[in-house]
Design a protein around this ligand. Sequence first.
Ligand SMILES: [Zn+2]
Length: 120
Amino acid sequence: MTDYNLPHEHNSNISTVLNRMPDADKFSQAASVFAQLGDGNRLRILWIICHCKECVSDIAAALNLSKALVSHHLQLLRRSNLVVSERAGQEIHYSLADTREAELIHQTIDTMFEITCPKC
Ligand SMILES: [Zn+2]
C-alpha cells in the first residue's frame, strides 16, 4: 500500500480509496463521455437514439434542427462510443451502442427525466 504522506490525518480511509483510484487517463476518457451530456440538443438527439434507430433527416425534422447540426452531434456521440451507425440503403441509421456504458447513460437520462423508458 502506498503511503501518500498527506498533510492532515482525519482517520478516513483515503489511502484505501487512493490505492484503488483509476489512473488520470481513465478519468479523462470518462470526462469526454460525460461531456457528451453537456449540450441540450445533443442530449435530445441521444435520448431519441436511446429508444429507436433513426436517421439524421428524421431526427433533424423531429427536433426542428438542421441536418448539419444533427450530423455533427451524432459524430461526437459516435466518437465517444455511445452511438453506432449502420448503412441502410442510401441512409445511415444511428442507434445506441450495445455497451454497458451506453446503457448506463440511457438509464441515467431516463431517471433524470423521470420517465418510463419508452423502449421497454
Ligand atoms: Zn429509455
